[in-house]
Every structure is written in C-alpha cells, then in structure tokens.
Design a protein around this ligand. Structure first.
Ligand code: GAR
Length: 200
C-alpha cells in the first residue's frame, strides 16, 4: 500500500506511521509528503526518513481548486494508492476527493461527530465531557466527516489539565492510526452501500 501523507504541522502522526512501517507493523510505504505549510516540522521528519516532500505556500491555496489539482497530480505521479491526512488543516475539494474516491483517510482528536474542527481536544475539554477520544475516518467534502473506520475512547480524569489530556490523546493517535492503516493494507476495510464501514 503506497501512502501519500498530507500534513500541516509537527507531523507526529506522520512519524508514527514512518516508525510503524520501519518496525514491520504496517505493510506500507510513504511515497510523498505534502504540507500545506512550507515551514511544517513534519517536512523535516519526512526528509530524514528519505521520503520526497512538497511544501506548499499560502499563495498556492489562493486558488483552492488549483492547489487540490496540483496535489492530486503529484500524488498520482508518486504512485499513491491512498491519501492519509495527518494533521492536514485544509478542507479537501471535490476534485481531489474524486481522484482518490474512498481512498482518503483522516484522523481527528475527538469522538466524531462531536467536536469537529481545528481544536477538537480543547473544545471537548472546555465542554467538560467525561469521555473523549480519537477517530479515524474516510474523508468527504465536509470537514471532519465521512464514514468512521475506528474510534478509541478515553476518560477525562478528575482535575486533569488540558496539556495532560492532549498528551494522552496524541499517544492514542500514534497507535490507532498505524493500526487502522494496517487493517486497510490487509484489505479488511470496506464501505457498505449505506456508507458505513465494515471491518472483517
Ligand atoms: C493531530 O492531533 C490530529 O488529530 C489533528 O491535528 C493534530 C496533528 O498533529 N487533526 C485535526 O484536528 C483535524 N481536524 P501532528 O502534526 O503532530 O500529527
């Protein structure tokens, strides 16, 4: 399974994927990392792992459809089978989603459909929920929506700080994302006619 990874920031989930592949726990190869920010630290992680990178400037996104077309083209040239969003903070347009129909995966640090958006952990924390977690899902045209593949919940501890909750959420992400991608690599994940995910 050849993965094209989309990032915007520190790339710890990208690193978890790279590490799982190196450990033989994920039968995949990262063929290209595209960042919506050219200064994202995740680009350095990719470079150090010998993975080709492309950092896009904000000017490129002034025409979102053109940015998506560029990404689709570069991912196809790189031979990506799946697009893996790992902290990619831009919405994907119809053209890019059509080019990789039902082959775009996202991770979100909350139990979707609760707390979508760019601040899932803090929003859940501020709401005072007792349980939150992590979601891996197929992406569609709506931000942080689409058929859910995997979720893992965790209980918010009494008096826990936001920083502590963030650390525990990220620790779950770094295990759940490679594990879920491995299910896909094994051909065990499919989308049913009613647009739900079936895992065998
Ligand atoms: C992760 O927590 C990911 O779930 C989140 O961005 C972070 C990226 O961290 N994504 C979203 O909030 C998507 N709405 P990373 O760059 O260290 O992997």
């Amino acid at each position: 399974m050849r993965l094209g990874v989309l990032i915007s920031g520190s790339g710890t989930n990208l690193q978890a994927i790279i590490d799982a592949i190196a450990a033989g726990e994920l039968d995949a190869q990262v063929v290209l990392v595209v960042s919506s920010r050219s200064d994202a630290y995740g680009l350095r992680r990719a470079y150090e792992a010998g993975i080709p990178t492309m950092g896009l400037s904000s000017e490129v996104y002034q025409d979102p459809a053109a940015a998506d077309a560029l990404i689709a083209q570069e991912m196809q040239v790189a031979g990506a089978d799946y697009l893996v969003m790992a902290g990619y903070m831009r919405k994907l347009g119809a053209g890019l989603l059509a080019a990789f129909e039902d082959r775009v995966i996202n991770i979100h640090p909350a139990l979707l459909p609760a707390f979508p958006g760019a601040h899932g952990i803090a929003d859940a924390y501020e709401a005072g929920v007792k349980v939150t977690g992590v979601t891996v899902h197929f992406a569609n045209e709506d931000y942080d929506a689409g058929p859910i593949i995997a979720q893992q919940a965790l209980e918010v501890c009494e008096g826990e700080s936001l920083e502590s909750l963030e650390a525990r959420i990220h620790a779950i992400e770094h295990v759940l994302y490679p594990q879920t991608l491995q299910l896909i690599a094994q051909g065990r994940v499919s989308i049913t006619a009613d647009r739900k995910v079936s895992i065998t």
